[in-house]
Design a protein around this ligand. Structure first.
Ligand SMILES: *Cc1c(COP(=O)(O)O)cnc(C)c1O
Length: 427
């Protein structure tokens, strides 16, 4: 999977993953086939025993999907990766691959609302309990959250929608002191701005729906393994990876697949049984997006920096959260982990009431009201009126989403036009 080793990020964005041989299509083909033919019954049987690797059913593996997974794996500097049908599926599988009923996980509380729900409601019903910790917790406070049955520590490089920056090194250190891997959702930073493995994260997840696709065409996700976590050393904590799997004739993933154990198990077990695969066509569109990721991300950051600096000085704006701003609470962490830029998403507060915020948003012209972030087109969302509209003003404040919060996703249009649109809406 780690093809094109030694190449720079731009080359990997364009070239990694698909390596055509003589007479094969130059562009990654869409293998729109559920199934694959074999010549003997024995050949097929060996695939089902995981004795041979090969394609046999797209729910398990597909050549288009695998090529795109290999590209993202190369970008993150991992050893193995897989695509999923959504970012939600990626985070669910990454955690479930290490946990079962009766286990415990720890997550930063500054994470995407969907992931928060997954951990606090749905996985709880499955018997997996989550403790949420402040992203700014000290090492001692983090350590205090661990229990004997803790299997995962989780956080987002840059949180959605709060744009808080995770101290990845600190989280990794405490996780490893407890013999537990750190999973980092790297959706907002993308490997162009941060590669969490370089700071000690063990597994990275993505909602590829955002910058990776970049054009708002395809919901998708990815899981990448660094190959660095030693499952055998913590064999008793991770029996699913180290003990025989009865559904594959007693094969033990860590022994049979070494550094490929985590992704092989997630594919052979979770994808087999739960089936959240992307369509090959969506993977093809994702690949087109990633081919220009290294060009688009810097432009998003450059535009967002200008917009954030402009918003900061606007008399109707009460506060702006953007890690690129010098007086932002997370600026120092951003300088360490995101020296080339953070992302295109800005959270800001408008002075006045809920109605004032709604009025301003409704006046925007090309900055569209959509439930999305991180694509080429600038867009805006008012959580108090949209995603969190069932909450009272008081409940919103408690959830860290005050009524005045506006989430602005800065696109790759002309920064001057984006500012002009905001200017007329706020006038
Ligand atoms: C959007 C998002 C998700 C969920 O991804 P979907 O592709 O919408 O399922 C997870 N994590 C982060 C940080 C996100 O922004």
């Amino acid at each position: 999977m780690s093809d094109k080793k030694g190449y720079g990020l731009a080359t990997l964005c364009v070239q990694a993953g698909w390596n055509p041989k003589k007479g094969e299509p130059r562009v990654l083909p869409i293998v729109q086939s559920t199934t694959f033919r074999y010549e003997t019954s024995e050949q097929m049987a060996r695939l089902f025993d995981l004795a041979d690797s090969g394609y046999f059913y797209t729910r398990l593996q597909n050549p288009t999907n695998d090529a795109v997974a290999a590209k993202i794996t190369a970008l993150e500097g991992g050893v193995a990766g897989m695509l999923t049908s959504s970012g939600q599926a990626a985070n669910f599988y990454a955690v479930l691959n290490l946990c079962e009923a009766g286990d415990h996980i720890i997550s930063s509380s500054a994470i995407y609302g969907g992931t928060y729900n997954l951990f606090s409601v749905t996985m709880k019903k499955m018997g997996i309990e989550c403790t949420f910790v402040d992203p700014d917790a000290s090492e001692e406070e983090l350590a205090a959250a661990f229990r004997p049955n803790t299997k995962v520590l989780f956080g987002e490089t840059i949180s959605n929608p709060g744009v808080q920056v995770l101290d990845i090194e600190k989280f990794a250190k405490v996780a490893h002191e407890h013999g537990v891997p750190l999973i980092v959702d790297n959706t907002f930073a993308t490997p162009v701005n941060c590669r969490p493995f370089e700071w000690g994260a063990d597994i990275v997840t993505h909602s590829t729906t955002k910058y990776m696709d970049g054009h708002a065409t395809s919901v998708g996700g990815a899981i990448i393994d660094s190959g660095n976590f030693d499952w055998e050393k913590h064999a008793e904590r991770y029996p699913g990876l180290t003990q025989p799997d009865e559904s594959y004739h007693g094969l033990a993933y860590s022994k049979a697949f070494g550094k490929g154990a985590f992704i092989t198990k997630a594919t052979a077990q979770l994808m087999r049984d739960l089936g959240s695969i992307p369509s090959p066509h969506n993977a093809f569109l994702l690949n087109l997006g990633v081919e220009t990721l290294h060009l688009r991300v810097p432009r998003h950051c450059e535009n967002a920096q200008k917009v954030a600096e402009w918003l900061e000085l606007h008399p109707k704006v009460s506060w702006v959260h953007y890690p690129g701003l010098k007086n932002d609470k997370y600026h120092a962490l951003a300088e360490k982990y995101l020296p080339n830029g953070s992302c295109g998403v800005i959270a800001f507060g408008l002075k006045g009431t809920r109605e004032d915020a709604i009025e301003a948003i409704d006046k925007l012209k090309f900055i569209a009201i959509v439930t999305h972030v991180a694509d080429a087109r600038s867009c805006v969302l008012h959580p108090a009126s949209h995603t969190h509209r069932q909450l009272t003003d008081e409940q919103l404040r408690e959830a860290g989403i005050p009524v005045e919060l506006v989430r602005l996703s800065v696109g790759i249009e002309d920064a001057s036009d984006i500012i002009a649109d905001l200017e007329q809406a706020l006038a």
